[in-house]
Design a protein around this ligand. Structure first.
Ligand SMILES: [Zn+2]
Length: 365
């Protein structure tokens, strides 16, 4: 049995239910019996392969999480980072309080290899005095060593990623958060935030859904009382506009792969907004020429990120998509879609910006 690395950070860290079990190649089904979810085609094309085994510049990974659960695992991760030319990784912990402190004490031992970002403390967000208390905790987290905030996340029901307290019903443009977001700017703590989800998840789960195989596991079409895709992007835009001294990074290109104009327009309008490429390589590599041009057009605002564990092959897949002109290659074990992937063949100048220059702009504060 093989496992598919989940593309969706939060649940991937905290749930094992997302580890999809699939037929191995050895369990081939005859055509009359094959189900779409078991479809594992292999390319027959004889093509040149440009596979990339390391980042072409010492890269900064702007979107990862505390995946290993042992010191051994972290040491192995650092070795994998070195092999892949990743010079630094943002460990987005989602956490506040004692949990953040203990994660910080573990990761801070590795010097420049990691920065550790905290969550926001939403405790008592329906009570008077919340904003002051949350600002106080942010100052404490910063004093402990948090250098940024994230990953905040809102898939429609509110900012539920941070823990121990989830901000159910609280969205990023809520005025109760204004003092916290202002303080983040003052402390030069950038904010990585995930809003919405890929558009296939909102569509009907039927034979016309282009991303059905992945969307059905993450469906939102049956969720009532949540903000929709456009409404969530609007909450992000409101917050970015209200807090021009605070830097925001829209995770996963604002989940707007289906219409890159949505995030593109915001990147052009707001100097304090960036976007990361993490965990959307499969969604983007279906339209490689369009995405290549989008990245070129927004080359000063896009940053590298992974969000898919710590495995060496995972990094190679991201490099192959960004750096090569390989076409029609499958990564069934890495992504949940039934699609093949295509490389963007980005130039060295553009790669340097997304791997190094833009992350450094955000981190040099
Ligand atoms: Zn994530």
């Amino acid at each position: 049995m093989k496992k598919i690395i989940s593309l969706f950070c939060l649940l991937a860290v905290f749930s094992t239910s997302l580890v999809a079990q699939n037929n191995t190649a050895e369990e081939k089904a005859p055509a009359e019996e094959v189900l779409l979810k078991d479809y594992r085609p292999k390319s027959i094309y004889k093509l040149p392969e440009y596979k990339a085994e390391k980042a072409s510049f010492g890269a900064i990974d702007m979107h990862s999480h505390p995946y290993p659960n042992s010191e051994e695992g972290i040491k192995k991760w650092v070795e994998t980072m070195k092999e892949n030319n990743i010079k630094k990784t943002m460990v987005l912990t989602y956490s506040t309080g004692a949990e953040f402190d203990s994660l910080y004490s573990v990761y801070s031992k590795y010097g420049d290899y990691f920065e550790v970002w905290s969550g926001i403390d939403y405790t008592g967000y329906n009570e008077p005095g919340f904003s002051e208390k949350s600002v106080k905790e942010l100052e404490r987290l910063h004093a402990v060593g948090a250098t940024g905030i994230g990953e905040l996340g809102d898939k429609g029901s509110g900012l539920v990623y941070s823990h121990p307290t989830k901000g159910v019903g609280l969205h990023i443009d809520d005025e109760r958060l204004d003092p916290v977001l202002e303080k983040a700017g003052e402390l030069h703590m950038p904010i990585n935030i995930h809003v919405a989800e890929p558009y296939w998840f909102y569509m009907e789960m039927d034979s016309t859904n282009d991303g059905l195989m992945n969307a059905v596991d993450w469906r939102l079409d049956n969720k009532k009382d949540i903000l929709g895709h456009g409404e969530l992007l609007k909450t992000l835009e409101n917050a970015v506009a209200k807090h021009p001294n605070t830097t925001f990074v829209a995770a996963h290109l604002g989940n707007s792969a289906y219409d890159l104009n949505i995030i593109g327009r915001m990147l052009e309008k707001y100097p304090n907004l960036y976007a990361d490429l993490s965990a959307r390589y499969a969604e983007l590599s279906q339209i490689p020429r369009h995405v290549r041009q989008f990245i070129i057009d927004h080359q000063d605002k896009i940053v590298y990120g992974t969000d898919m564990g710590t495995d060496g092959h995972m990094y190679d897949v991201t490099f192959r998509v960004l750096q090569t002109m390989d076409e029609h290659f499958y990564e069934h074990d890495t992504f949940g879609y039934h699609w093949s992937l295509n490389g963007f063949d980005l130039s060295e100048d553009v790669l340097r910006k997304i791997y190094v220059t833009n992350p450094e702009k955000i981190l040099n504060r």
